[in-house]
Design a protein around this ligand. Structure first.
Ligand code: HEM
Length: 459
């Protein structure tokens, strides 16, 4: 029998110091890469549901597959994005929307990010990856992987979003986005010389550029020089409601583009960076990947022929390497929600207005779900690539109605990049320490410098 909300009691734990709570402790642990331990210690002490306070709000910390399912599907929880993020990405950005508004914008994004549409863009991604490797990797003795991957994923997403080719506009936008990301987790006080002020300025510049591109694209569509499948912005501009009116306002189109630019390059660059690191430490996995990609290359007409959708379908082992990398180093450490009404989980009350903080690492490192969880072992995802584990156990992309809408896109760009990387190069890590800071995304020491060599022999 379901108990009446209000009958349950608050979870165990302490709310800590006023205002500060445990935020500084947690942020410190994230920077020292001991946050997984920090969370596990709390779970050992209080169980999978406990209270604390983070970023100025009383918070319930949740971990484990049942908690994941609750957070992904509960109607009592709303998305919680930091105020700083909302100011920077725009008031109408999808992360802040709920109900019908969320559905409409998510529907518009899905129109563009669905496999049927994405298969048209494999060639364009292929071109971006090859050019990037030729210009920034080939012939160098050492490179820092993370900044290069950030630039590559930024170039790919801006090409697909706006058809924005290389050049001064794209370079300026890339720099604005670097500043913009710095302020998304800042205290949202607009004062001179703060990261937040710099971020807001970068955001305003980026928005002007995007609004300009939207106007140009609209004119091109009217003149018949662009079609709905030209790029995301053309796709958003051509969506109409039942009465034939444009579905999204200009503000919504700009905000949606801002989120997609940010969400669409920061996370996947981390995945690719950590794949490079894991492959350097795991020669067997690298050898299996090389075999997979050599096999695909054999069926191509010379070096010039771009990869196709069918080639990507053959990169099964490579995707297990990506999944295993995401399990060990999920780009988002945790997801935030807010209770919009009193609700209950695991016999405890989550009062209206409280924050919920869902941490994925406890699930990903649970030995009952993933045998020998500390071991890098792509084969655990072999038989059921997307669900080797029980439901809601692999949560790097979230789940439920707000599961990452760019998952398929991330898969494509990762597979294309890895194909050319393992075909062309061999590498060694320059830093032996296997550690990274979480800031809030995983950041390897010095951007992961590697020694690079051309692959001695490509069959
Ligand atoms: C390895 C790469 C990626 C990872 C690990 C990742 C992870 C996630 C996660 C965990 C969420 C859910 C957040 C939550 O529930 O609080 C999410 C949502 C989202 N992601 Fe991704 N993401 C990746 C790549 C991308 C790409 C390439 C795009 C765009 C092209 C993208 C766009 C989005 C958007 C727009 C949402 C919000 C969806 C909504 O609220 O309905 N992501 N992502």
């Amino acid at each position: 029998k379901k108990s009446r909300p209000g009958a349950a009691k608050l979870p165990p734990g302490s709310l800590g110091l006023p205002v500060i709570g445990q935020s500084l402790d947690l942020l410190g642990a994230m920077r020292a890469n001991t946050a997984d331990r920090w969370i596990q210690d709390r779970v050992d002490r209080y169980g999978p549901v406990s209270k604390l306070s983070l970023f100025g709000a009383p918070t319930v910390l949740l971990t484990g597959p049942a908690a994941n399912k609750f957070v992904f599907f509960s109607g009592s929880l709303a998305m919680q994005q930091p105020r700083s993020m909302q100011r920077i990405l725009g008031e109408k950005n999808i992360l802040g929307l709920m109900g019908a508004d969320h559905k409409r914008i998510r529907g518009a994004l899905t129109e563009f990010l669905k496999p049927d549409m994405l298969r048209l863009y494999v060639g364009r991604i292929d071109g971006e990856v090859r050019r990037h490797l030729d210009e920034s990797w080939a012939g160098r003795a050492t490179v820092a992987v993370m900044p290069l991957m950030k630039r590559l994923t930024f170039d790919i997403i801006s090409s697909l979003l706006f058809g924005l080719e290389r050049g001064a506009v794209r370079d300026a936008l890339a720099i604005d986005f670097m500043h913009l990301v710095d302020g998304t987790w800042a205290v949202p006080v607009d004062l001179p010389f703060t990261a937040f002020r710099r971020s807001l300025k970068a955001s305003a510049r980026a928005r002007r550029v995007i609004a300009g591109i939207a106007r140009e694209t609209k004119a091109k569509l009217e003149r018949g020089e662009a079609t709905r499948s030209s790029d995301l912005i053309a796709c958003l501009l051509t969506l109409t409601d039942d009465s034939g009116r444009q579905q999204l306002s200009e503000e919504e189109i700009v905000d949606t583009s801002m989120v997609t630019l940010m969400a669409g390059h920061d996370t996947s660059s981390i995945l690719m960076t950590f794949m490079v690191r894991h492959l350097a430490n795991n020669p067997d996995a690298l050898a299996a990947m090389v075999q997979e990609h050599d096999e695909i290359a054999k069926n191509k007409q010379g070096d010039g022929e771009a990869l196709t959708w069918n080639d990507l379908a053959k990169m099964k082992f490579t995707w297990t390497v990506a999944m295993e990398t995401l399990r060990l180093v999920p780009p988002s450490f945790g997801l935030f929600r807010r209770a919009i009404q009193d609700t209950e989980f695991g016999g405890y009350l989550i009062p209206k207005g409280w924050q919920v903080f869902l941490v994925s690492s406890v699930t990903h490192m649970d030995a009952a779900i993933f045998h020998e969880p500390a071991k890098f072992d792509p084969s655990r995802f072999k038989d059921q690539p997307s669900a080797a584990a029980p439901p809601c156990s692999f949560v790097a992309f979230g789940g439920g109605p707000r599961i990452c809408v760019g998952m398929e896109f991330a898969r494509i760009e990762t597979l294309v990049t890895m194909h050319y990387l393992v075909r062309q190069f061999r590498w060694k890590l320059c830093c032996k320490e296997d550690t990274f800071a979480r800031d809030s995304m995983p950041t390897p020491l010095h951007g992961l410098p590697i020694e690079l060599e051309n692959r001695p022999f490509s069959p």
